[in-house]
Design a protein around this ligand. Sequence first.
Ligand SMILES: [Zn+2]
Length: 275
Amino acid sequence: MSPASTFSNSEPSVCCTGQAFAGVCDDLHAEYSRNGDHYCVLHYPSEDKGEQFRQVLDEKLRDTHSIDLRGIWVPIEFSSYFRDHAFSVEANFSGATFRGLADFYGTEFSSVSFRNATFCGEASFSSRFRGDTVFDHAIFCEVSKFRDAEFFCGEVFFVGTDFCKEASFAKTKFTRNVNFSRATFCENVLFDGTEFHGDVDFQQVAFVSQALFHGTAHNQVFCAEKRINFRNVEIDDPSQISFHTVTLRSAWFVDVNPREFNFTDVNWYRLRSWR
Ligand SMILES: [Zn+2]
Protein backbone atom coordinates (compact mmCIF):
# COMPACT_ATOMS: atom_id res chain seq x y z
CA MET A 1 0.00 0.00 0.00
CA SER A 2 1.32 3.39 -0.95
CA PRO A 3 2.13 5.68 2.00
CA ALA A 4 0.59 8.54 0.01
CA SER A 5 -2.76 6.80 -0.29
CA THR A 6 -4.42 9.13 2.25
CA PHE A 7 -4.08 11.96 -0.27
CA SER A 8 -6.24 11.17 -3.24
CA ASN A 9 -4.82 13.72 -5.68
CA SER A 10 -1.27 13.88 -6.87
CA GLU A 11 -1.51 17.71 -6.91
CA PRO A 12 -0.23 19.12 -3.61
CA SER A 13 -3.02 21.07 -1.91
CA VAL A 14 -2.33 24.65 -0.89
CA CYS A 15 -3.67 26.24 2.27
CA CYS A 16 -6.31 28.77 1.18
CA THR A 17 -5.74 31.08 4.19
CA GLY A 18 -1.98 30.78 3.85
CA GLN A 19 -2.21 32.22 0.33
CA ALA A 20 -3.18 35.58 1.88
CA PHE A 21 -0.36 35.35 4.41
CA ALA A 22 2.59 34.22 2.32
CA GLY A 23 5.21 32.33 4.24
CA VAL A 24 3.28 31.41 7.37
CA CYS A 25 2.51 27.83 6.42
CA ASP A 26 4.53 27.16 3.27
CA ASP A 27 6.17 24.16 4.96
CA LEU A 28 2.88 22.66 6.17
CA HIS A 29 0.70 20.29 4.20
CA ALA A 30 -2.86 21.53 3.67
CA GLU A 31 -4.34 18.27 4.88
CA TYR A 32 -7.65 19.58 6.20
CA SER A 33 -10.57 20.52 4.02
CA ARG A 34 -13.89 22.25 4.44
CA ASN A 35 -16.36 23.17 1.72
CA GLY A 36 -13.79 22.38 -0.93
CA ASP A 37 -11.10 24.61 0.59
CA HIS A 38 -7.87 23.17 1.93
CA TYR A 39 -6.17 24.32 5.10
CA CYS A 40 -3.03 23.69 7.11
CA VAL A 41 -3.43 22.93 10.80
CA LEU A 42 -2.68 26.54 11.85
CA HIS A 43 -5.40 28.05 9.67
CA TYR A 44 -8.04 25.32 9.73
CA PRO A 45 -11.17 26.87 11.32
CA SER A 46 -12.06 23.97 13.59
CA GLU A 47 -12.02 23.08 17.26
CA ASP A 48 -10.91 19.59 16.38
CA LYS A 49 -7.17 19.86 15.72
CA GLY A 50 -5.73 19.84 19.26
CA GLU A 51 -2.42 17.99 19.45
CA GLN A 52 -1.19 18.69 15.96
CA PHE A 53 -2.03 22.38 16.34
CA ARG A 54 -0.10 22.44 19.61
CA GLN A 55 3.01 20.90 18.02
CA VAL A 56 3.10 23.34 15.11
CA LEU A 57 2.31 26.32 17.35
CA ASP A 58 5.09 25.37 19.78
CA GLU A 59 7.52 25.18 16.90
CA LYS A 60 6.47 28.69 15.78
CA LEU A 61 6.89 30.02 19.32
CA ARG A 62 10.49 28.76 19.39
CA ASP A 63 11.47 30.96 16.44
CA THR A 64 14.25 33.27 17.62
CA HIS A 65 13.88 35.84 14.81
CA SER A 66 10.17 36.63 14.67
CA ILE A 67 7.00 34.73 15.44
CA ASP A 68 4.74 34.66 12.43
CA LEU A 69 1.21 33.59 13.36
CA ARG A 70 -0.72 35.62 10.78
CA GLY A 71 -4.21 34.35 10.15
CA ILE A 72 -4.10 31.48 12.63
CA TRP A 73 -7.37 30.09 13.99
CA VAL A 74 -7.06 29.53 17.74
CA PRO A 75 -9.54 26.98 19.17
CA ILE A 76 -11.31 27.47 22.51
CA GLU A 77 -9.06 24.80 24.02
CA PHE A 78 -6.11 27.16 23.53
CA SER A 79 -7.76 30.20 25.17
CA SER A 80 -5.06 30.55 27.82
CA TYR A 81 -2.15 29.16 25.82
CA PHE A 82 -0.39 32.55 25.67
CA ARG A 83 -1.10 33.53 29.27
CA ASP A 84 2.15 34.55 31.04
CA HIS A 85 4.12 33.78 27.86
CA ALA A 86 7.18 35.96 27.28
CA PHE A 87 7.61 36.93 23.63
CA SER A 88 11.26 37.96 23.31
CA VAL A 89 10.96 38.72 19.59
CA GLU A 90 8.39 40.43 17.38
CA ALA A 91 5.10 38.52 17.11
CA ASN A 92 2.55 38.87 14.35
CA PHE A 93 -1.06 37.79 14.95
CA SER A 94 -2.49 39.84 12.05
CA GLY A 95 -5.77 38.42 10.83
CA ALA A 96 -5.84 35.78 13.57
CA THR A 97 -9.12 34.47 15.00
CA PHE A 98 -9.40 33.72 18.70
CA ARG A 99 -12.47 31.52 18.96
CA GLY A 100 -12.70 31.50 22.76
CA LEU A 101 -11.33 33.71 25.48
CA ALA A 102 -8.16 35.52 24.44
CA ASP A 103 -6.31 35.31 27.70
CA PHE A 104 -3.07 37.29 27.55
CA TYR A 105 -2.96 37.93 31.28
CA GLY A 106 0.64 38.48 32.37
CA THR A 107 1.97 38.07 28.83
CA GLU A 108 5.11 40.02 27.90
CA PHE A 109 5.28 41.27 24.36
CA SER A 110 8.06 42.75 22.28
CA SER A 111 6.59 44.45 19.16
CA VAL A 112 3.28 42.83 18.30
CA SER A 113 0.52 43.17 15.75
CA PHE A 114 -3.09 42.07 16.08
CA ARG A 115 -4.14 44.01 12.97
CA ASN A 116 -7.50 42.69 11.63
CA ALA A 117 -7.63 40.05 14.37
CA THR A 118 -11.04 38.82 15.57
CA PHE A 119 -11.60 38.18 19.26
CA CYS A 120 -14.80 36.11 19.45
CA GLY A 121 -14.77 35.81 23.24
CA GLU A 122 -13.65 38.06 26.07
CA ALA A 123 -10.16 39.49 25.60
CA SER A 124 -7.84 40.00 28.54
CA PHE A 125 -4.73 42.05 27.85
CA SER A 126 -3.38 42.75 31.32
CA SER A 127 -0.02 42.45 29.63
CA ARG A 128 3.26 44.29 29.21
CA PHE A 129 4.04 45.65 25.75
CA ARG A 130 7.66 46.62 25.09
CA GLY A 131 7.50 47.74 21.48
CA ASP A 132 5.16 49.06 18.81
CA THR A 133 1.71 47.55 19.31
CA VAL A 134 -0.96 47.39 16.64
CA PHE A 135 -4.66 46.55 17.07
CA ASP A 136 -5.77 48.40 13.90
CA HIS A 137 -9.15 47.18 12.58
CA ALA A 138 -9.28 44.37 15.12
CA ILE A 139 -12.76 43.33 16.29
CA PHE A 140 -13.46 42.72 19.95
CA CYS A 141 -16.82 40.91 19.86
CA GLU A 142 -17.05 40.64 23.64
CA VAL A 143 -15.68 42.56 26.63
CA SER A 144 -12.09 43.75 26.23
CA LYS A 145 -9.94 44.36 29.28
CA PHE A 146 -6.65 46.23 29.19
CA ARG A 147 -6.68 46.72 32.94
CA ASP A 148 -3.19 47.30 34.40
CA ALA A 149 -1.60 46.83 30.97
CA GLU A 150 1.65 48.72 30.45
CA PHE A 151 2.76 49.96 27.06
CA PHE A 152 6.48 50.83 27.09
CA CYS A 153 8.83 52.12 24.42
CA GLY A 154 6.74 51.80 21.28
CA GLU A 155 3.69 53.54 19.87
CA VAL A 156 0.22 52.02 20.19
CA PHE A 157 -2.41 51.85 17.48
CA PHE A 158 -6.13 51.12 17.82
CA VAL A 159 -7.00 52.73 14.47
CA GLY A 160 -10.46 51.66 13.28
CA THR A 161 -10.75 49.06 16.03
CA ASP A 162 -14.26 47.83 16.84
CA PHE A 163 -15.04 47.44 20.53
CA CYS A 164 -18.46 45.77 20.31
CA LYS A 165 -18.91 45.39 24.07
CA GLU A 166 -17.57 47.15 27.15
CA ALA A 167 -13.91 48.15 27.04
CA SER A 168 -11.78 48.85 30.09
CA PHE A 169 -8.50 50.72 30.14
CA ALA A 170 -8.55 51.02 33.92
CA LYS A 171 -5.06 51.77 35.25
CA THR A 172 -3.58 51.16 31.80
CA LYS A 173 -0.29 52.98 31.35
CA PHE A 174 0.61 54.39 27.94
CA THR A 175 4.20 55.63 28.06
CA ARG A 176 4.21 56.97 24.50
CA ASN A 177 1.70 58.01 21.85
CA VAL A 178 -1.55 56.14 21.33
CA ASN A 179 -3.86 56.42 18.36
CA PHE A 180 -7.56 55.48 18.67
CA SER A 181 -8.68 57.36 15.54
CA ARG A 182 -11.84 55.99 13.85
CA ALA A 183 -12.27 53.36 16.59
CA THR A 184 -15.85 52.53 17.61
CA PHE A 185 -16.86 52.00 21.22
CA CYS A 186 -20.34 50.43 20.96
CA GLU A 187 -20.76 50.12 24.71
CA ASN A 188 -19.21 51.75 27.76
CA VAL A 189 -15.52 52.57 27.74
CA LEU A 190 -13.67 53.20 30.95
CA PHE A 191 -10.46 55.20 31.28
CA ASP A 192 -10.34 55.01 35.06
CA GLY A 193 -6.91 55.73 36.49
CA THR A 194 -5.45 55.49 32.99
CA GLU A 195 -2.08 57.19 32.42
CA PHE A 196 -1.51 58.82 29.04
CA HIS A 197 2.07 60.13 28.99
CA GLY A 198 2.20 60.88 25.25
CA ASP A 199 -0.09 62.26 22.56
CA VAL A 200 -3.54 60.69 22.31
CA ASP A 201 -5.58 60.71 19.13
CA PHE A 202 -9.35 60.22 19.42
CA GLN A 203 -10.06 61.76 16.01
CA GLN A 204 -13.33 60.48 14.51
CA VAL A 205 -13.81 58.00 17.34
CA ALA A 206 -17.44 56.94 17.83
CA PHE A 207 -18.56 56.85 21.45
CA VAL A 208 -21.96 55.18 21.21
CA SER A 209 -22.48 54.79 24.94
CA GLN A 210 -20.73 56.03 28.08
CA ALA A 211 -17.11 57.19 28.10
CA LEU A 212 -15.56 57.91 31.47
CA PHE A 213 -12.19 59.56 32.02
CA HIS A 214 -11.50 59.44 35.73
CA GLY A 215 -8.26 60.45 37.43
CA THR A 216 -6.97 60.93 40.93
CA ALA A 217 -5.09 63.70 42.72
CA HIS A 218 -1.82 62.03 41.71
CA ASN A 219 -2.77 60.96 38.20
CA GLN A 220 -4.88 63.34 36.15
CA VAL A 221 -5.01 60.96 33.17
CA PHE A 222 -3.65 63.29 30.48
CA CYS A 223 -0.35 65.14 30.19
CA ALA A 224 -0.98 68.87 29.66
CA GLU A 225 2.15 69.35 27.50
CA LYS A 226 1.03 66.68 25.04
CA ARG A 227 -1.47 66.83 22.19
CA ILE A 228 -4.85 65.23 22.77
CA ASN A 229 -7.10 65.23 19.74
CA PHE A 230 -10.89 64.90 19.99
CA ARG A 231 -11.46 66.39 16.52
CA ASN A 232 -14.63 65.18 14.76
CA VAL A 233 -15.41 62.71 17.50
CA GLU A 234 -18.86 61.13 17.05
CA ILE A 235 -20.99 61.08 20.17
CA ASP A 236 -24.53 59.70 20.44
CA ASP A 237 -25.33 61.26 23.81
CA PRO A 238 -22.96 64.02 25.05
CA SER A 239 -24.25 63.65 28.62
CA GLN A 240 -22.65 60.19 28.68
CA ILE A 241 -19.15 61.65 28.30
CA SER A 242 -17.54 62.36 31.69
CA PHE A 243 -14.25 63.88 32.74
CA HIS A 244 -13.54 63.59 36.47
CA THR A 245 -10.32 64.81 38.15
CA VAL A 246 -8.39 65.16 34.89
CA THR A 247 -6.13 67.76 33.30
CA LEU A 248 -7.57 69.22 30.10
CA ARG A 249 -6.83 72.02 27.65
CA SER A 250 -9.65 73.77 25.81
CA ALA A 251 -7.60 73.56 22.60
CA TRP A 252 -8.05 69.79 22.62
CA PHE A 253 -11.79 70.23 21.92
CA VAL A 254 -11.56 72.03 18.56
CA ASP A 255 -14.53 71.05 16.35
CA VAL A 256 -16.29 69.48 19.33
CA ASN A 257 -19.21 70.89 21.29
CA PRO A 258 -18.41 69.82 24.84
CA ARG A 259 -21.24 71.87 26.42
CA GLU A 260 -23.17 68.79 27.54
CA PHE A 261 -20.17 66.78 28.68
CA ASN A 262 -19.83 66.19 32.41
CA PHE A 263 -16.82 68.00 33.83
CA THR A 264 -16.04 67.48 37.52
CA ASP A 265 -12.90 68.75 39.27
CA VAL A 266 -11.20 69.38 35.94
CA ASN A 267 -7.83 71.10 36.00
CA TRP A 268 -8.04 73.41 32.96
CA TYR A 269 -4.46 73.94 31.93
CA ARG A 270 -3.37 77.36 30.73
CA LEU A 271 -0.14 78.28 29.04
CA ARG A 272 2.28 79.86 31.49
CA SER A 273 2.40 83.13 29.50
CA TRP A 274 -1.36 83.58 30.02
CA ARG A 275 -1.17 83.49 33.81
ZN1 LIG B 1 -2.19 27.68 6.32
